[in-house]
Design a protein around this ligand. Structure first.
Ligand SMILES: [Zn+2]
Length: 258
């Protein structure tokens, strides 16, 4: 039996979730683009989003073609502005607070915006890497992204690695066609299997293998709470579904004093 809530029953949803949280000894949050829209970061997949205007550069092309690298940096320098100034919102802050209180094991995120860490969360597994840093594909060098985005914008050139001199420097994100970091995925799987309560927040739960994690949690016995704007393929596995803006839900929860 799935408990369903919408915009008109956010308070009841908050009460239900408060109880679930109190009963859980191991809670994990899985987050997607929907939690950052209130911070002004566009959902890349939405109509009119970045991907509707730009053809993404695939990893193999980036590695093999200078033109592809130039196109990659043209797009990224532009997109970087979108979240260079973004601030965490109530959802990020609440999760950080839960971790400080010992109520949350950690966060598994599909996001690359770094807003969980900006809110103070420490146990964050970034499945798709981070756009806050750049990394060299030919050696171990990596550094905060800001300076390199500025370089690219002012010089109109693809950056070269200061350590090895090669030009295959990109954001420390997982590009299309690039596989997910094994160690991160392994830890995320372990958290997911051990969770008693599992939140899937602001994710359409369609991008695999990431979406396999909430599924794994539910199949291993966790109570799955899905908060998302739209239906997801995992709705049938959920204990509770909240279809309301995330900010509204977390504000209601804060009003209950939890
Ligand atoms: Zn290098």
């Amino acid at each position: 039996m799935v408990d369903r809530f919408d915009e008109s029953s956010v308070t009841q949803a908050a009460e239900r979730v408060r109880q679930l949280l109190a009963d859980s000894r191991s809670t994990v949050a899985f987050t997607g683009a929907g939690i950052s829209t209130e911070s002004g970061i566009p959902d890349f997949r939405s109509p009119g989003g970045v991907w509707a205007q730009n053809q993404p550069v695939y990893f193999d092309d980036f590695m093999s073609s200078e033109d592809a690298r130039y196109e990659y940096w043209r797009q990224k320098a532009q997109a970087h502005q979108d979240f260079a100034d973004a601030q965490p919102n109530i959802t990020h802050h609440t999760l950080a607070e839960w971790e400080r209180d010992g109520r949350l094991v950690g966060i598994v995120t599909q996001n690359i915006d770094g807003l969980h860490q900006a809110a103070g969360s420490q146990n964050v597994l970034e499945l798709h890497g981070t756009a806050r840093e750049v990394a060299c594909m030919d050696c171990d060098w990596r550094e905060p992204a800001d300076r390199w985005v500025r370089y690219c914008l002012t010089e109109d050139k693809v950056p070269e690695c200061p350590s090895c001199g090669k030009a295959r420097v990109k954001h420390a994100t997982i590009s299309f066609g690039q596989s997910l970091p094994t160690e991160v995925l392994r830890t995320a799987s372990s958290w997911s299997r051990q969770a008693e309560l599992y939140f899937a927040l602001g994710s359409s739960l369609v991008v695999h293998p990431a979406a396999g994690l909430p599924q794994m949690a539910a199949e291993s016995g966790a109570k799955l709470v899905i908060l998302n704007r739209d239906e997801t393929p995992l709705d049938a596995l959920a204990t509770a579904i909240v279809r309301a803006p995330l900010g509204d839900f977390f504000r209601s929860l804060a009003e209950l004093g939890s």
